[in-house]
Design a protein around this ligand. Structure first.
Ligand code: CDP
Length: 210
């Protein structure tokens, strides 16, 4: 059983993915973390995340322990991720890892939930259930702002919205694996829904598929 969840930043993918993985007892892979780790490995080495050759090398050298770094949730990591993720060789280097995770989930579970930008379109095009989770940019910026403040980080609302719009544009306009719904994806707009309502709507869709 593979559940593919895609969508823009702070649309609610992560929360939904975790709840679905718990509910169906599936392994969970937040694929954004892979791109964030590649981006931060470059930043920490003093390299430019827009340097395609260095980014590809960093993706090929990514180690499981790199995913444990404490700063991967910060906005600097999100920015670096959205830069390295436009590099075709970076995406190719991370594809095998993601597909192996889906084919043979760790812990021997009967399947996996993967969330990202191109899971339903590229990584797992044969997934039984594909969800494309969205919300208005204003709602998503508000969620990200509150999340940053909750973590004790300084955040300015207008800045968060501007950064998010910039990242959305980069993710949607890149030539490799741009952010777009798979043709058979269930579109779930979470602008006016709380986490329980999003989970209930996703469950209805998935149970109808299986
Ligand atoms: O949590 P949030 O939605 O803000 O970001 P994320 O899912 O951790 O992804 C960070 C960045 O990585 C995105 O803006 C994309 O540029 C990139 N990404 C990607 O290209 N493909 C994926 N499957 C996952 C993330």
């Amino acid at each position: 059983m593979i559940i593919a969840i895609d969508g823009p930043a702070a649309a609610g993918k992560g929360t939904l993915a975790r709840r679905l993985a718990d509910h169906f007892d599936l392994a969970l892979l937040d694929t954004g973390l892979l791109y964030r780790a590649v981006g931060m490995n470059l930043v920490r080495a003093g390299a430019d995340p827009d340097d395609a050759a260095k980014a590809a090398e960093a993706a090929r050298n990514l180690k499981p322990e790199d995913l444990e770094a404490g700063d991967l949730r910060d906005d600097a990591a999100a920015d670096a991720a959205s830069r390295v993720s436009a590099v075709p060789d970076v995406r190719a280097a991370l594809l095998d890892f993601q597909r192996s995770f889906a084919a043979e989930p760790p812990g021997g579970t009967r399947g996996a939930v993967l969330d990202g930008r191109d899971i339903g379109t590229v990584v797992c095009p044969d997934a039984e259930s594909k969800l494309f989770v969205t919300a208005s940019p204003e709602v998503r910026a508000e969620r990200r702002y509150l999340e940053l403040r909750e973590r004790g980080l300084d955040a300015i609302h207008g800045r968060v919205l501007a950064d998010m719009k910039e990242r959305d544009a980069r993710d949607s306009e890149r030539t490799v694996s741009p952010l777009e719904p798979a043709k058979d994806a269930f579109l779930l707009d979470t602008s006016d829904l709380d986490a329980d309502q999003v989970f209930a709507a996703a469950l209805d869709f998935i149970n109808g598929n299986n």
